[in-house]
Ligand binder design. Structure first.
Ligand SMILES: NC(=O)c1ccc[n+]([C@@H]2O[C@H](COP(=O)([O-])OP(=O)(O)OC[C@H]3O[C@@H](n4cnc5c(N)ncnc54)[C@H](OP(=O)(O)O)[C@@H]3O)[C@@H](O)[C@H]2O)c1
Length: 326
């Protein structure tokens, strides 16, 4: 009998310790965001959804930028049903990052409806997605995860600069470490050539870090700070196309381990929340587990970030960004 009790207690303690360890850090900032406007792309699912609830609790005015308006409206109703605050304002806006027309329309609408924006969270992303070209002729992973946020950010700089303090958060990933400078340039220049889905994803996450670094230098004399965040491994719909998790029985086999070591969405949102709430105004940084971290050695490389920024403008052919927005 005692053997069973001791065994159960020991197993329970180890499992609890493992869950606590992999749950990651919690943001303990108590700052409020009453009335400050925050745009979250890909707000309707996973980390973006969890972040929306956290920000609503702190009084922020939310702009839920979703490619499905219906999903955005459902999320808005779910947040309002929590009764966090009577003054809470939530806007649902259509944004499809695979279309520059959609991005520009979204930005025009923000620029006319809002006088100033406190934060833009470039959260939307896809992983292990089938290789195809967007309506604009770019690789779907590159445009959704990098080129789209690049164009969107530039179109919102004017309204971000109007706030006393504002911030841009780019959601990157530890997967950026897998990409090297060669893959980065090759995949960016030749988007219709076959490449592994994983490499395509890791390249976009490295691209976001280089963009974070370069943009922070360009905005150094302004009120806008730019940082990148790694949310950690989080159980979300992003894995729906990933073969080891795409079939229900494969997922079921891994479930006992995943429940222990993979974060829940609200845990994945903690570092994003930290970068939005902290009074620390460092810029051009990479955050993980609610603190500063070092990315791969090339991610903040001066020459590469400058070169890659120019390459991005070149492949966009300046069609989607004017000189004044750069
Ligand atoms: N989950 C992880 O383990 C993990 C790890 C590291 C980094 N991240 C990063 O965290 C971010 C959020 O991912 P998640 O895990 O929360 O995934 P998720 O649950 O799949 O959420 C992704 C969001 O992006 C939206 N989206 C996809 N394509 C879009 C497009 N073309 N235009 C506008 N929105 C689009 C999705 O909309 P729909 O609902 O309409 O598809 C969804 O709302 C991503 O940038 C991801 O790379 C995640």
């Amino acid at each position: 009998m005692w053997k069973y009790i001791v065994g159960t207690v020991a197993f329970g303690s180890v499992a609890y310790g493992v869950i606590r360890y992999f749950a990651g850090s919690t943001c303990y900032c108590t700052a409020r965001l009453d009335g400050l406007v925050i745009i979250i792309t890909g707000a309707n699912s996973g980390i973006g959804r969890a972040l929306s609830f956290e920000l609503a609790k702190r009084g922020a005015t939310l702009v839920l930028a979703c490619r499905s308006i219906d999903k955005g409206i459902i999320l808005k109703q779910e947040i309002l049903a929590q009764n966090y605050n009577r003054q809470l304002q939530i806007y649902v806006k259509h944004l499809d990052l695979t279309s520059f027309d959609s991005i520009i329309k979204f930005a025009e609408c923000i620029n006319t409806e809002f006088n100033e924006i406190y934060a833009l969270v470039n959260n939307a992303g896809i992983f292990y997605y089938p290789q195809e070209l967007t309506v604009d002729g770019f690789d779907v992973t590159l445009q959704t995860n990098y080129l789209g946020p690049f164009v969107l950010t530039h179109h919102l700089l004017k309204v971000l600069k109007r706030a006393v303090h504002s911030r841009i958060i780019n959601v990157s990933s530890e997967a950026h470490r897998i990409a090297n400078a060669y893959d980065l340039k090759a995949i960016t220049k030749c988007q219709s050539e076959f490449r592994s889905h994983f490499k395509a994803y890791s390249v976009t996450k490295l691209a976001l870090l280089l963009f974070t670094h370069e943009l922070s230098k360009k905005l150094a004399k302004t009120n806008v700070i730019v940082n990148a965040v790694n949310p950690g491994n989080v159980e979300t719909a992003i894995y729906r196309s990933y073969p080891p998790l795409s079939k229900w029985w494969l997922y079921a086999l891994q479930w006992p381990i995943r429940i222990l070591i993979i974060k829940r969405p609200h845990q994945g949102a903690q570092t994003l929340l930290h970068t939005l709430l902290t009074s620390n105004r460092s810029t051009g940084q990479y955050f993980t587990e609610c603190k500063l971290a070092l990315p791969s050695s090339i991610a903040f490389n001066e020459a590469l970030s400058k070169e890659y920024y120019s390459l991005t403008l070149e492949i966009l052919d300046k069609k989607f960004i004017t000189e004044s927005e750069c």
